[in-house]
Design a protein around this ligand. Structure first.
Ligand code: CMC
Length: 432
């Protein structure tokens, strides 16, 4: 008997099966041989929300949720946040290795020269109402790019595939900035290829008239680090959406727009916006115990937004870095008055049995909103600030999926619990 195997006895039949274990997993399709008789479909796994199911092998991002470890291609997030830049990290995620100086220069040149969007994309965005949520605008505009680059559907062509990936990374800040300018009723600002990725983005947001806007170097670096922290997070809800939609072999714009939509939700990237609203609702440090009691009682489904994670059962390593950046940003902008409420919430939650028992710690979204707000962003723009860097992770994961010979169209099974077969009842014979 091979050592790496699982022996299963089916008590319905008394039969025993041996299932190989590979990478700490069994293949659930190996369970299909377990049947009560020949007509039986075979045993399946039931795992709503993928609590314990790996749906891919991946070489991009490693997380150890119990120990609070996050690594991109083997490099600890803390080292990347301290020593690297967002575009360097983007190159790493896409290519597996840190770039040489020449490789980084070429990559930066490629990204900065794909930042412009077609004028019709601009007109498309002008069609949104003044109060459209920026995430809705970004998601639909990314989907619309598919109509501007019809060749993108040739996903098996490496060169074509890569160009679309570069376009997505390069155009995301432009689309995000246009969405912002639209919502504040200001003219859109075209990209400036002389600026850094983040500097150009900030300029497209803040420039008024002909003035030459210069971002504060501390704030520019802080946003660059936040982009590094948000660049990828393995098989989260939005990445899984990108992979699932992409598995139908649709073009990457359509797949990535599904990722933007998934990120928009308050349990995922939308949590940073929800945290800010929660802190405002609490209003004062003295009200924190009352709010914690409300969360614990489950009143109206209230949760402590920015707390808890499916994978991290200890402090989210990104939240630690963000706390440090917050101090640097507040030195420049002045302290966000909501910080005291956040710190008190964290202090009480980390010592409260309810949160300790459930291993609920601050996640990446708990402090990021405070920084964004101090930098002058409005709450409904926070998730867009998450979507820009996550685009790198989405396209890296999308390409990995396209190239993975084991992947097929995503198609889960279900357990049917509806009515048994029955005959159609004509309208006049139906009773209430
Ligand atoms: N506040 C209060 N209770 C919580 C929270 C929270 N934030 N999160 C989980 N719980 C409780 C939950 O009620 C449950 O308790 P019980 O066992 O008594 O029923 C237990 O903890 C386990 O929760 P779960 O919902 O089964 O956990 P999950 O892995 O399905 O959910 C989560 C993970 C992130 C959706 C959840 O923790 C949550 O809703 N957090 C608040 C939203 C948030 O901050 N999301 C950002 C996540 S990190 C960045 C990102 O993905 O974008």
């Amino acid at each position: 008997m091979p050592k790496d195997s699982l022996t299963i006895t089916d008590n319905r039949t008394g039969k025993t099966y041996e299932i190989p274990i590979e990478n700490g997993c069994i293949r659930t399709d190996a369970l299909r041989q377990i049947k009560v008789d020949e007509k039986d479909f075979g045993l399946m796994g039931y795992d709503p929300a993928f609590l314990n199911t790996a749906n891919t092998k991946s070489a991009i991002t490693f997380i150890d949720g119990d120990r609070g470890i996050l690594e991109y291609r083997g490099y600890p997030i803390e080292q990347l946040a301290e020593k690297s830049t967002f575009l360097e990290v983007a190159y790493l995620l896409l290519n597996g290795e840190l770039p040489t100086k020449e490789e980084l220069d070429e990559f930066t040149h490629t990204i900065t020269h794909h930042t412009y969007v077609h004028e019709n994309v601009k007109r498309f965005m002008e069609g949104f109402r003044y109060d459209a949520h920026p995430m809705s605008m970004v998601a639909s505009t990314v989907a619309a790019l598919s109509a501007f680059y019809p060749e993108a559907k040739n996903i098996k062509d490496a060169k074509i595939r890569r160009i679309q990936m570069m376009r997505l990374i390069a155009k995301m800040p432009t689309i995000a900035a246009f969405a912002y300018r639209h919502s504040v009723g200001q003219p859109y600002v075209y990209p400036d290829n002389e600026l850094s990725y983040v500097g150009n983005f900030l300029a497209m947001l803040k420039k008024i008239g002909t003035n030459t806007y210069k971002p504060h170097p501390v704030l520019e670096r802080a946003l660059d680090v936040l982009f590094i922290l948000h660049a990828d997070h393995e098989q989260n809800c939005s990445t899984t959406s990108v992979r699932t939609v992409g598995s139908s072999q649709v073009d990457p714009y359509s797949a990535v727009s599904a990722g933007v939509d998934a990120l928009y939700g308050p349990l995922h990237g939308g949590a940073n916006e929800a945290v800010l609203r929660m802190l405002r609702e609490i209003g004062h440090v003295s009200k924190v115990p009352e709010f914690i009691a409300k969360v614990k009682s489950g009143e109206a489904g209230s949760r402590l937004m920015g707390f808890g994670h499916r994978v991290y059962k200890s402090y989210d390593p990104r939240a630690k870095v963000i706390k440090r950046i917050a101090d640097e940003v507040f030195e420049v902008t002045g302290k966000n008055p909501l910080l005291d409420i956040a710190l008190e919430l964290e202090r009480i939650a980390l010592s409260d049995d309810y949160f300790v028992k459930r291993k609920l710690y601050p996640n990446v979204d708990f402090y990021s909103g405070l920084i964004y707000e101090a930098m002058g962003f409005s709450a409904d723009f926070f998730t867009v600030l998450f979507a820009i860097p996550r685009t790198v992770g989405w396209v890296a994961q999308w390409e990995e999926m396209v190239l993975d010979p084991e992947q097929k169209i995503a198609r889960p099974r279900q357990i049917y619990i509806g009515p048994k077969r029955r005959d159609f009842v004509p309208l006049e014979q139906r009773k209430k």
